[in-house]
Design a protein around this ligand. Structure first.
Ligand code: HEC
Length: 175
């Protein structure tokens, strides 16, 4: 192996390491690491907090923001779809009711979402879908599902997360 060739291999290796490092660092916002000195060593992490204010801060962090209720909404929406597909209307009504509760509780944690939540969902749409479900026919079930889906998709658009709609969950249809 001559020296120029060896030099080229070394340069190529450095370029590869550099590219891997850049790729690893640009993988979206990362979570800052937690140092063990910041953690209460006791497993009663809430009971042993220094003050009530600290206790509430810890609870608030664990309760998260809008993502966690939306995650539940997504799971229930999938089960809502399945229940309608199986013509199990009581189960579909149950999930639809819990979806409403979850969105209402979610905006309590993130008040800036309230206007669109009301406009697209809580003001009238939730009730309209519930009324259609009461009829318990496959035609009205389809109408209810289409209406529900359009509300989810529209609110994602209005809230600037339209990419949320590009997933199989939000492309489900009722056959
Ligand atoms: C207030 C308007 C609004 C309505 C109504 C709404 N969403 Fe969302 N959804 C959002 C926002 C905003 C996010 C992003 C949350 C975040 O970034 O913390 C989101 C995120 C999600 C996620 C991703 C959750 C995760 O982190 O895994 C799913 C799934 C989802 N929505 C499903 C639905 C479904 C299904 C419906 C209808 C039944 C619906 N959403 C109705 C605003 C809405």
């Amino acid at each position: 192996m001559n020296r120029t060739f060896a030099f080229r291999i070394v340069v190529a290796l450095f370029a590869l390491i550099g590219a891997i490092t850049v790729a690893a660092c640009s993988n979206g916002p990362s979570q800052s690491p937690i140092e063990s000195k910041d953690l209460n060593p006791n497993k009663d992490w809430l009971l042993f907090a220094e003050s009530d204010a600290e206790r509430y801060r810890l609870i608030q962090t664990q309760l998260r923001g809008f993502d966690q209720p939306m995650w539940e909404v997504g799971e229930r929406y999938r089960m809502f779809h399945e229940a309608l597909q199986n013509e199990n209307y009581p189960l579909a009504k149950y999930h639809w009711s819990k979806i409403g509760t979850t969105i209402r509780n979610g905006v309590a944690k993130r008040p800036p979402r309230v206007n669109n939540a009301n406009l697209f969902f809580l003001d009238s749409l939730h009730g309209e879908v519930a009324d259609l479900l009461e009829v318990e026919t496959s035609e009205t079930a389809k109408e209810a599902f289409d209406l529900a889906r359009s509300a989810c998709v529209s609110c994602h658009h209005a809230e600037g997360v339209e990419w949320m709609n590009q997933q199989s969950l939000l492309q489900l249809k009722l056959e």
